[in-house]
Design a protein around this ligand. Structure first.
Ligand SMILES: [Zn+2]
Length: 124
């Protein structure tokens, strides 16, 4: 006596082959997009997609890519800010040089100011 174990029918998803609903876009302006030849193994919105064209995966990859762009942008922005700050500091020191020189060369300046002039003018 054989009792049949209830057969769990694999969903159509598991047995049927589906072509990916995605399009391949050949490089070159004159080629029309053509249907992706791969089998669709991932379902999304009632369509089948290969790993490359599965919309949530595409979105995820894009987000990773964009996050990379954001990081690049933040890094270059930081470098720009630092370069700008360094330039501003150089300009400030240049003005400080003039101010100290003016102070050291004032009439009736003491002996120390002569040393300041020497330092300012001989520093390489
Ligand atoms: Zn595909």
């Amino acid at each position: 006596m054989t009792t049949k174990t209830p057969c769990i029918t694999p969903s159509a998803a598991m047995t049927e082959k589906h072509q990916c609903a995605g399009n391949t876009r050949p490089s070159g302006a004159w080629y029309r997009p053509s249907r992706c030849p791969r089998n669709g193994t991932l379902e999304h919105d009632g369509k089948w997609w290969c790993k490359q064209h599965h919309p949530p995966s595409v979105k995820e990859r894009d987000e990773v890519k964009h996050a990379g762009w954001d990081a690049d942008w933040a890094a270059s922005d930081k470098a720009r800010m630092e370069a700008k700050a360094a330039q501003a500091e150089l300009e400030r020191r240049s003005r400080a040089y003039d101010a100290v020189m003016e102070w050291a060369l004032r009439p009736n300046a003491g002996n120390a100011s002569g040393h300041v002039v020497v330092i300012l003018e001989t520093t390489k």
